[in-house]
Ligand binder design. Structure first.
Ligand SMILES: [Zn+2]
Length: 224
């Protein structure tokens, strides 16, 4: 795919022809690639069309990028949703309050720099609870046994050892259910196929037919 470089962003794009005879349209796909739709039967100078829409392109690209970060200024991703994150300075008790109805998370602490640590504790607790419940159901479904499982700080989303120990990233709970489930299925599938062979993929596909799509979605999420 060709790339436009605008400032520090490298934006992949494709060009198609639409049905309009007059207008050039710009739109982003969910994978952050830009689609430029040219009018039918009319020559358009692509470079100047892009230049004219540069501000719009950057604004929308940045919004899309931001939406895929787990923790960002004023927002946190939880269960696949972006919750508003509010900081309240308080010298008293330090706490994190999650209001699922209003979709707001409030962090009370003496220092703003404590936000990350409080989110970490919250995620750790919620991810642990999730992993325990989910492993029980899915390991039965795949008919595999693991020796133990833990939730911790790690670079990848999941990990599996040859002797059947599973580890999961503490940020799992931030992801939409279909992506968390994919991660757990992936590691459980390794219990019978300790590689990424076609046998492994076949096994994964048996329980998760759209696993490739889920992998792609997961690639676009930036963990903490
Ligand atoms: Zn793997």
């Amino acid at each position: 795919m060709p790339v436009i470089q605008i400032g520090r962003h490298r934006i992949e794009y494709s060009v198609t022809t639409g049905t309009s005879r007059r207008y050039t349209y710009f739109r982003f796909r969910t994978d952050k690639t830009l689609e430029i739709v040219l009018p039918r039967g009319r020559r358009v100078d692509l470079d100047s069309a892009i230049r004219n829409r540069q501000a719009w392109i950057v604004k929308h690209y940045e919004r899309l990028s931001q939406n895929r970060r787990i923790l960002d200024e004023g927002q946190v991703m939880f269960d696949g949703e972006h919750l508003k994150l509010i900081f309240e300075e308080s010298q008293e008790k330090e706490e994190l309050l999650h209001d699922p109805i209003r979709k707001v998370v409030t962090v009370r602490s003496s220092e703003r720099s404590r936000i990350r640590e409080l989110v970490r504790r919250w995620f750790l607790k919620e991810t642990s609870r999730y992993v325990v419940a989910k492993l029980e159901g899915l390991s039965g479904m795949l008919d595999v046994k693991y020796s133990r499982a833990d939730v911790r700080q790690m670079k990848n989303w999941g990990y599996c050892t040859r002797d059947g120990r599973l580890s999961f990233n503490w940020q799992l709970i931030a992801l939409p259910e279909r992506l968390r489930e994919y991660i757990i299925l992936h590691e459980l599938a390794h219990l019978s196929e300790f590689n990424h062979s076609s046998a492994f993929k076949g096994r994964l596909a048996a329980f998760c037919p759209d696993y490739r799509q889920r992998e792609k979605e997961l690639d676009k999420i930036t963990s903490l």
